[in-house]
Structure formats: structure tokens, C-alpha cells
Design a protein around this ligand. Structure first.
Ligand code: ATP
Ligand code: MG
Length: 445
């Protein structure tokens, strides 16, 4: 017996009372069986799209994907996707189906779904409808294709990414035949749009088992991002590292909070290392690796068609991941002034994860990073001045001293800010103006 939201029950009831079959299906059933709260509920029904629209004529209905049989019904503000039982056919180029046909059979609808765990339907009257052994696979925490894996991956190669993504997110293993087929068919991923790949890849990175999945499925990752292969097995020859570059990358990725921007930054931070390796006195060095990583990261993220904000933040973090910031308020303020407090905190998270991915003997460095975080907390809670907008004088104040508007105004403000940050001046108007006069060489008139 599953606990369904009132709105979902209402929709199932209304379809049933109108003489149709209706079930929740897919991710929501899987997540409920796992004891998790589903993030949405998809409904599958024997009603044709027009019939569904008629049943819900007193509700707001959006024809979201009418040619795929999907209408969205909004009940109490909750959007519910209701899709007619269907069979997908005629896959071209291993991508989305070019045509769909509707069916009266729930069993046929479940057979088109990717994995057994995603092919279970449920409603309160009939209970579970599990034609492919999905509940047992969920119990055993196994990802298994519905039907013949080679055929299913050849129909739609995105399923390869979905399998690996679910393995990372749910912590499930992939059943052996399905797993062999993943590797065998990986080249088909080249036919899938970069946007769809990127969306699965980011979910994969945010999974709790990302370390295992990145190491177990590295050839699949290399298929979508060939730039990673030089990292595989690359020995760092460093007393600070017990892992090769790829394992280190995977460790750092798992050690950072599971926000897309942070996980992406961790994933790319050392991708340039194999391109700048040198040895001296038995120790490996990677001079300039952060900027090489930055370049590769920028190119790959553009290829994945990510939005500019994500791309910029990730690239900045990669570029800065190795900079040393002095353990002093002034240095912290300078960083936050030039970049932003948000970037500072993200960078500390990256540095902390980077440290955790090295040798286990890193307590000192972690303590140092804790102190760096406290410094920033202090700066922000004291509402200390660290940017031009915090300064107690502005451009007009400088101009009123008798200088012409122009670059000199900004330069003077920058110079004052630097003095305040360095603790040489208080952030007080009179004191700042006096200093500005000195800088500008204008006397009292
Ligand atoms: P998530 O938690 O990511 O939403 P989900 O299983 O709900 O996981 P969706 O992409 O929302 O995934 O898809 C809903 C359902 O549609 C899946 O559970 C599965 O039954 C089916 N499905 C989605 N994508 C595919 C695909 N590429 N091939 C076959 N079936 C698919
Ligand atoms: Mg879903």
C-alpha cells in the first residue's frame, strides 16, 4: 500500500470512474519502493489523449506532448503528466522514437521502458503491476534492462548514460548482461544530442556513488568526454598523492557537496595535469596545470552546451583551485573584492575536497582551510569593507575634490579600498577624503 498525494489519487479515481485504466508508473513507483519521497508522479492510462482531456475538462489541461500521448493536468496547483499506454517504434540513429502508437495493454507500455526498476506500475485498486521483475531487482539493488540489452541500447543509446547515472545516484549495481552491453554499445552515444548527455552526466556527477561509478565506467565517460582518457592510470609520482590522476579526480568529486557547479569543478580541476608533467629529484610536478585544466574545461563545457553562468563559475574555480590565499583578513577581503564572497566559499570547498583526495595525512591542511573559512565569516559578519560599494566615499565625492570625471576617479577609489583592506585607513568619510587629497595631490583651497 503506497501513500499517494491527494491530487494523484484524484486523477487515478477520475480516470477509473470514467471507465479507463490508470496507474502511476516509472520513477515514482521505484522511489516509493525504495522508501524515498518521489519528486513527481507520472500517470499512465488506457485513455487516449482526447479522452483524458475530456475527463479533466473542468481542470486546467496543457497539451505538453500530445503527439507522444502526454497531457498535463493541473490539480490543486500540482501538474500531473498523464500519458496514454504506448509502444515506441522506428528508432533511427539510436535516438528518440520517430513514431509512437497507442495500445490498450499496460504490459506493452511497460515493455518499452528502459529498466525493470522503472517499469513497475501501481494503483490503489490493483496494487503493483510488475511484469518484468522490477520489485525484486529493486530489492537486490540491481539495474537491468527490460528485454535484450543490446537491442534496448541500440534503440536509444541515452539509456547507456541513464544506467550509469542511476548506478551513481541510487548506489545500485548494473546486472552483468546489461553491464557488458553498456560497454559494447558505448560508441552509440555519439548519436545522442549533447544536451541530453550533459543532463545525465551532471546527475551522474551529483550521485552518492560517483567515485565507484567514475572508476568502474571510465570508458563510458571517455566516450562522451575523450579529454579524460590521459588521466587514466597517470601516476603522479608525488608523496602527497596515493591515487593516480583519475582516481584522485573521482575522490575529489565524491568529497565535495553534491551541487552541479561544485561537482563539475572537482571533475575538471586536474584534467590538464597529464599535459604538463615533469620530474625533479624523484618528485612529480605539474607546473601550470590549473590554467591548462581551465582551457580544457571551458572547451568541454561549451561542447556540452551548458549555460554561461555554470560554465563561468566552474571555469573560474578550476583556474583558481591551486592559488594560495594568505591566511589574513586583508588577503581574504582582496579575493572577495576581486571575485565575490560566494566564489571564495566555493573555492574553499574545492580545496577541502582536493585535500581529502590526496593522502590520508592532511589534517593540517584541513585545519588551515577551516581557519580560512572563519576569516571570511568574520569579514562578512563584521560587515567589513571589502568592495567599492562598501566604501564610505563614492565617485561624486572624489569629483567634488576638484578632479575631472574619468579613469582617475575609479583609480583613486581602488587605491582607497586597498588601504582600507590593508588596515591603513578606517572606512570613514573624512579620513578617506583626506587620503584621497593626498593621492591626488590636491590641497585645501
Ligand atoms: P528521475 O528520478 O530522474 O525522474 P525517472 O525514472 O522518473 O527518474 P524520467 O526521465 O522522469 O526518469 O522518465 C520517466 C519514466 O519514463 C522512466 O521511469 C522510464 O520508465 C521511462 N523512460 C524515460 N526515459 C526513457 C528511455 N530513454 N527509454 C525508455 N524508457 C524511458
Ligand atoms: Mg521522473
Amino acid at each position: 500500500m503506497m501513500n499517494l498525494p491527494y491530487e494523484v489519487n484524484t486523477a487515478l479515481e477520475m480516470l477509473k470512474n470514467a471507465g479507463y485504466e490508470a496507474y502511476i508508473v516509472g520513477g515514482c513507483v521505484r522511489d516509493s519502493l525504495l522508501g524515498a519521497v518521489p519528486k513527481d508522479h507520472d500517470i499512465t492510462t488506457s485513455a487516449l489523449p482526447q479522452q483524458t482531456e475530456a475527463v479533466f475538462k473542468s481542470f486546467r489541461v496543457v497539451e505538453t506532448g500530445i503527439k507522444h500521448g502526454t497531457v498535463t493536468v493541473i490539480i490543486n496547483g500540482m501538474p500531473l503528466e498523464i500519458t496514454t499506454y504506448r509502444i515506441d517504434s522506428e528508432y533511427v540513429d539510436c535516438r528518440r522514437p520517430t513514431s509512437v502508437s497507442f495500445t490498450k495493454s499496460l504490459q506493452e507500455d511497460t515493455a518499452r521502458r528502459d529498466f525493470t526498476m522503472n517499469a513497475i506500475a501501481y494503483n490503489p485498486t490493483d496494487g503493483l503491476a510488475d511484469f518484468h521483475g522490477g520489485a525484486e531487482d529493486i530489492n537486490n539493488r540491481i539495474i537491468r534492462c527490460v528485454g535484450c540489452p543490446d537491442e534496448r541500447f541500440q534503440e536509444d543509446a541515452l539509456r547507456i548514460m541513464r544506467a550509469v547515472r542511476f548506478s551513481s545516484v541510487l548506489g545500485f549495481n548494473v546486472e552483468n548482461e546489461t553491464k557488458k552491453s553498456l560497454f559494447k554499445n558505448k560508441a552509440l552515444l555519439d548519436n545522442i544530442s549533447r544536451e541530453r548527455i550533459a543532463s545525465e552526466f551532471i546527475k551522474l556527477l551529483c550521485g552518492k556513488d560517483v567515485f565507484r561509478v567514475l572508476t568502474e565506467y571510465k570508458e563510458i565517460i571517455a566516450q562522451i568526454i575523450p579529454e579524460v582518457s590521459p588521466m587514466f592510470g597517470f601516476d603522479q609520482h608525488s608523496r602527497y598523492h596515493i591515487y593516480d590522476v583519475w582516481e584522485h579526480t573521482a575522490k575529489v568529486t565524491e568529497s565535495i557537496q553534491n551541487e552541479p557547479v561544485l561537482r563539475l569543478a572537482a571533475f575538471f580541476h586536474d584534467i590538464g595535469k597529464p599535459h604538463c608533467f615533469s620530474m625533479k629529484d624523484g618528485e612529480g610536478h605539474f607546473y601550470g596545470h590549473a590554467s591548462i585544466s581551465e582551457g580544457i574545461c571551458k572547451k568541454v563545457l561549451s561542447g556540452l552546451k551548458l549555460d554561461n553562468k555554470t560554465k563561468d563559475t566552474v571555469t573560474q574555480l578550476v583556474k583558481l583551485h591551486d592559488v594560495q590565499i594568505d591566511e589574513a583578513q586583508a588577503a581574504v577581503k582582496r579575493f572577495m573584492s576581486r571575485r565575490s564572497p560566494e566564489l571564495y566559499y566555493m573555492l574553499l570547498k574545492l580545496k577541502r575536497a582536493d585535500t581529502l583526495g590526496q593522502t590520508p595525512k592532511v589534517i593540517d591542511r584541513l585545519e588551515m582551510l577551516d581557519r580560512m573559512e572563519k576569516l571570511a565569516d568574520e569579514v562578512l559578519s563584521a560587515e567589513a569593507c571589502f568592495s567599492l560599494k562598501d566604501l564610505s566615499v563614492n565617485g561624486s565625492d572624489i569629483i567634488s575634490l576638484g578632479v575631472r570625471p574619468g579613469r582617475i576617479v575609479g583609480q583613486t577609489l581602488e587605491a582607497l579600498l586597498e588601504k582600507v583592506i590593508a588596515g591603513e585607513l578606517k572606512n570613514e568619510k573624512q579620513e578617506l577624503l583626506a587620503s584621497a587629497k593626498e593621492i591626488l595631490g590636491v590641497g585645501e583651497k
